[in-house]
Design a protein around this ligand. Structure first.
Ligand SMILES: C[S@@+](CC[C@H](N)C(=O)[O-])C[C@H]1O[C@@H](n2cnc3c(N)ncnc32)[C@H](O)[C@@H]1O
Length: 405
């Protein structure tokens, strides 16, 4: 993915104004403006110069860490909707022009009207307040209870149709019920929906060229199914599935049964009238990768001449607070392979995290940790598939490492 493609993806996400942070810088660099006329007929155009202390309410905010630099502000709403005036006003992202380049900007701080007595005045936020507000809004919508989120925790075999192709997935309720952390022994509900979403050529990841036929993809915590890899691998150059080693036997079996082998016995068992999931196995492989124990290395691509990934995917991997930091660090390490890969000639890696919302505290913990390292967007509902969208408890975030864009 070239940097311009990363911008295309950011623009696609920002056109729906669902950004958490990064689009302000994108807007400034690319001269994108956003205007609205408020109820009093006053038109405001953003990004606008931030003039510290000259605003109604008269509060002068400490410009640290951007003292002495030209500052710009951009309004954002925590729920991702476009701000069109009115009270309470939007939060603001404040950015500063680089002292050395007119086209480079840094984030300085966020400010908000929330909790400030004078409704025209702002207070500085701590950096994570807005993602936290977003988490709050996510959880304040009614999320229907739907067990823990297994497709079926008792079945040993699941028949699924994704994008018109049939897959048979073997899973193990017995391993799931063993003591210890073996959640990957069965398929989780969000994953077939993410696979279906990624299978669509209308998906913004394909239309923005963030994913393409030359992409290398790494999946973390894939579980026994390998389903997202089975669906996506035929459209990309290579796809590496990873998880702890206890899933290896079943994931290999699922790859074996659902890929390239145009096995007549196998196709005879499938439901009539639908193509089977016949694919080439060569570009899809499983390798163990434990977020707490293993190092992320370029060898994960499985190709000696490919040293980094275009995309890192994790489906339903946020459920335990002790795993948040190792999971995010693994995402960081995997995306960083790209900046170290001088031969890649490609833009930054993107990290796609799909999650069923369960415990607000755990999700908030993840979003804070993720935001420390990544510029992150929540994929707007209109850019999700109908099935993902119709499920208010399912969210997809996309992140790009902060120091790469
Ligand atoms: C809820 S399951 C989701 C599995 C699969 N992505 C799906 O949606 O069907 C969470 C996954 O995270 C994996 N996981 C948990 N801790 C891990 C670790 N330390 N390293 C690698 N994977 C881990 C589990 O093995 C499991 O496969």
């Amino acid at each position: 993915m070239l940097a311009t493609q990363a911008f295309a993806l950011m623009a696609a996400l920002s056109s729906a104004t669902q950004e958490i942070f990064g689009d302000t810088i994108h807007a400034l660099r690319n001269n994108i403006q956003f205007s609205f006329t408020n109820a009093r007929g006053i038109t405001r155009t953003y990004p606008e110069a931030y003039s510290n202390g000259n605003r109604a309410g008269g509060v002068e905010l400490d410009p640290t860490p951007c003292a002495g630099r030209a500052l710009f502000e951009f309004p954002i709403l925590a729920n991702g909707a476009q701000y069109t005036g009115g009270n309470p006003g939007a939060h603001r992202v404040v950015v500063a022009q680089s002292p050395t380049s007119q086209t480079a900007y840094d984030h300085c701080f966020l400010m908000t009207h929330q909790g400030v007595q004078d409704r025209n005045a702002f207070a500085k936020c701590n950096t994570y307040q807005i993602p936290v507000a977003q988490t709050f809004l996510l959880f304040s919508t009614d999320i229907p209870s739907q067990n823990l989120g297994f497709v079926d925790s008792r079945a040993t075999t699941l028949d699924l149709t994704i994008a018109g192709k049939d897959y048979t997935i073997h899973q193990s309720p017995t391993i799931l019920n063993r003591p210890g952390s073996t959640t990957g022994a069965v398929l989780w509900k969000i994953t077939p929906l993410v696979a279906e979403w990624l299978a669509s050529s209308d998906n913004l990841l394909w239309t923005s060229d963030a994913l393409s036929s030359s992409s290398s993809v790494l999946e973390l915590g894939c579980g026994i199914s390998g389903l997202v890899g089975l669906v996506v691998a035929p459209s990309v150059a290579r796809y590496t599935l990873t998880d702890q080693s206890y899933v290896a036997r079943l994931v290999e079996k699922n790859l074996e049964e659902n890929v390239a082998v145009a096995n007549p016995n196998l196709s005879g068992q499938r439901r009539k009238g639908r193509p089977t999931a016949v694919q080439q196995k060569a570009n899809l492989r499983f390798t163990p990768l434990d977020w707490q124990l293993d190092e992320v290395t370029p060898n994960l691509t499985g190709a000696v001449d490919v040293r980094s990934f275009d995309a890192v995917i994790a489906c339903d991997c946020i459920y335990n607070d002790t795993l948040i930091e190792p999971l995010v660090q693994t995402c960081v390490d995997a995306c960083k392979l790209r900046s170290r890969d001088e031969g890649a000639g490609k833009g930054p890696a993107i990290c796609i995290v799909a999650q069923q919302l369960r415990d607000p505290e755990i999700f908030e913990g993840w979003i804070k940790e993720f935001n420390k390292h990544f510029r992150a967007w929540r994929v707007p509902e209109e850019a999700l598939s109908k099935d993902l969208r119709s499920n208010p408890g399912f969210v997809v975030h996309i992140g790009v490492l902060r120091d790469t864009i």
